[in-house]
Design a protein around this ligand. Sequence first.
Ligand SMILES: Nc1ncnc2c1ncn2[C@@H]1O[C@H](COP(=O)(O)OP(=O)(O)OP(=O)(O)O)[C@@H](O)[C@H]1O
Length: 768
Amino acid sequence: MTDTSARGGPEAGPAALGGPERDATGPGGPERGAAVPGGGPEGDRGDKGGAALSVRGLRFLLGRRRALARLVFWSVLETGQTFLMGYGTARALDEGFLRGRADTGLAWLAVTGAGVLIGAYGTARIHAALAALVEPLRDRLVHRVVSRGVRTGDPGTLSGLTQQVEIARDTFAGLVMVSRSFVFTAAGALAGLFALAPPLLLVVGPPLAAGVALFALTLRPLARRQEEFLVADEALAGHLGTVCPGLRDVTATGAEAQVAAGTGERVEAELRAARALAHWGVLRVASLTVGGQLPIVLLLVTAPWLLAHGVTAGALVGALAYVTQSLLPALRNLVHGLGTSGSRLTVVLRRLSRTDAPEPRHAPANARAQGPRPTDDTPAGTPPSPGPVPHQVPGPGSIPGRNPAPEAVPSRGPAPGAAPHRVPASEAVPDRNPAPEAVPSRSPAPEAVPGRVPAPGASGQPAPRSLSAAAGATVPAVELAGVTFAYGPASEPVVRGLDLTVPAGSHLAVVGPSGVGKSTLTALVAGLLTPRCGTIRVGGHPVPGPEAAAGRVLIPQEAYVFSGTLAENLAYLRAGPVPEEELRAASEAVGLAPLADRLGGLGARVDPASLSAGERQLIALTRAYLSDAPLALLDEATCHLDPGTEERAERAFARRPGGTLVVVAHRISSARRAGRVLVMDGRNSAHGRHEELMRTSALYRDLVGSWAPGPSRRRSEPALALRDADRVDAVAGPGLAGDGRHVVAHRPVGEVQASGDLRDGGSLGREG
Ligand SMILES: Nc1ncnc2c1ncn2[C@@H]1O[C@H](COP(=O)(O)OP(=O)(O)OP(=O)(O)O)[C@@H](O)[C@H]1O
């Protein structure tokens, strides 16, 4: 839970301090809305809340008079120690050492030392008395928090809140100690100054009073600034905790600019809060200077006048001892302790009070307009974190047993920090994604305005909206020139000197044996990895770079679905609101519609853990389909779909006007659908049409055969090979591949049935 604000009713804290719950102001009462940065009416309500907190705190203290009396009693011993510190020193000088009576001087020093010992005993007893005051507060808070935890049945929240109770107790104890110490130390020192020589009070008293008054004046604004800073700090920490685990996917989905903007806002907010705090902090330092250091200067400056008015040298030294050894440290502790711990206690108490009025557990359907969207690493059912996070991208691995963490998926893209050539998202994309309108559309269908759904086509199929190509029709969607990449400086390159051009609007299938580097290639094109040498361009823009990032969407094998509505999941990669008809049309096109109906429509909430891997892939595919990126990189993103659903999804991507599709294929049918196929084989990668490669690439023939189930065989040793046959219409069933003139079977076939009808990229034929 990202708990960053101090909103909500403060009743738990004050009520806990002030007595029974009936004292509490109900939710929505005037005390709600404390600590809202920027002040205003909310801030005023926060002030009222703070006042109520003080009143109830006072009531709490008055209800524990015996503990207070014990505290006062033992504190008086501390006062005595302070008194003796200056007074004993003065007497030791005036009556002892300055008169040549060392024994008298030593006796006074011994008295002073005894005072220290007695004071130390008093301090020890103070801690026991303090427990009697603080523990009831803790018990009361724990009782309230646990009662609510039991009612709401949320153990996670409960554990977080009990931790905050401990913070409240410690902070409260610290506050009591600091304030008490200042009051009794000041009393001892002032009494000592008066006893030594009343004129000393005239010199020390006024600046001390002025310093304390200045501090008192800064207390409330400073506490509010401190609170705002804490809130901003926690907001940033919470945001980074969400974003950092998903950096790979932030880059993969081209959301660097949005995430960077969201993070930047939080950094700026924290900077503003820190500046405001620093400005008020200057006044705090001033109060310390006036109250604690100015008296020292005044004592020195007025020394001749004081000595002329009957103040002895010993009294002067005693006064300096009071100021430097007692008043200044006590004031410093008060200023730092009360300022910091006081606001922390206020924040914690208000936060504890929020359990009475839990935030809605789910974001509304139009969560985009209302702020941040939940992310994949947000536990199911967790409300979105507060603050504007326009484009958070799902982080991996959040759904136990469903969405595996990246490091759990071998040979996908590298885990964050694992890849030596990884591009930090912040470096990769400094700017926001360019607006789609800013670049010329490759398929300027008049009705196909980016972000709007055109009328369904005549075929009855929903016509996809037109995507903007990055730099016009003549610019290839992807260009690789001499690209070499290795995962480590001493490692063998996975990709060697690869040249590849993927024309805009085309469909490329990437195939190759396991571990040959297919995912690595998609990661390179997506800008997740940086080549050792060579250049990569997407839509004419260099990779990595903001324009290139905006121009592609990478859908990995692990599909990320977050707990939110289906509509929120689908519209996630779009910069603005997506009309419902467009969501429906995309669902229909990709093949999600039946699942959407089963789930209860676009507004239905999605529970990622209850979806199958294939269902999650369908959602992720539709989300990518709806994105503005012209280039879709599908890295085995359909591996959990049945062949029919896979075909429908791939064809939908291939039909996106202006869209280019690169698919890491895991089925022959997928490769057959593509206009071009890249066969990766280390140095000897081949690129061409399916039929061409069937003739020229033994590896491709082998792969095509191995995609079919059957008994093991030696590589490149087909069970049946008809080459340049006069007429072979039937191309392939499982275990068969070929075209009109070439058929290769990789397992024994009984009979090849001739037919001219090719379905599903060559699925016709007799299964042997
Ligand atoms: N983060 C990494 N660090 C080091 N080596 C890696 C990393 N990711 C992948 N590799 C290695 O790079 C090679 C290519 O991996 P890649 O995942 O690109 O292959 P692939 O062709 O996609 O495999 P598959 O078809 O099994 O998914 C493999 O040898 C793999 O072990």
